[in-house]
Write a new protein. Structure first.
Length: 154
């Protein structure tokens, strides 16, 4: 959600600190993971508000480092996949915060619609609507890279 590993690590640490301080207030109305993810989302939102800028595309680039090599794919396929992921992270960074949140929670973190609704305090219909709109925006953003993101005609 933040687009930069160091910022994410800082927010993760802040999330744990906030959760520790507020643990006595955990009511059990939802699962513990839903409660702590809500704290993490609030921490990320606070960080982005303080930063007062949209995540820059440059900050979306991952630090270069060791990556495990997938032996099932050839060098060209590995390079293509790496470029596809870079462009996808860039595109997610361009989404409005409300869309970026639901896409990350659903498609990257694999939470259910109901869990996302609880975490963000949204109705199920709103969650579904935002995910749909976010996916459409992502398709539009990525359509300029048709060779890496071909449009499927169903």
């Amino acid at each position: 959600m933040l687009g930069h590993e160091q910022d994410a690590q800082d927010c993760a640490q802040e999330t744990m600190l906030r959760a520790y301080r507020a643990f006595d207030h955990f009511r059990g109305d939802s699962s513990f993971s839903t409660w702590i993810i809500r704290i993490a989302i609030n921490c990320c939102n606070d960080f982005l508000r303080k930063k007062k800028e949209v995540i820059s595309l440059n900050s979306m680039q991952e630090d270069t480092g060791f990556e495990a090599v997938d032996r099932a794919k050839g060098p060209y396929q590995q390079l293509e996949e790496k470029e596809r992921m870079r462009l996808l992270r860039q595109a997610i960074g361009q989404l409005k915060e409300e869309y970026r949140q639901v896409i990350v929670l659903r498609d990257m973190q694999q939470f259910s619609y109901e869990e996302i609704g609880q975490m963000l305090n949204l109705s199920l219909g709103t969650v579904k609507s935002r995910i749909n709109r976010a996916r459409k925006e992502l398709c539009e953003i990525l359509s300029v890279h048709g060779e890496l993101f071909p449009v499927s005609h169903v």
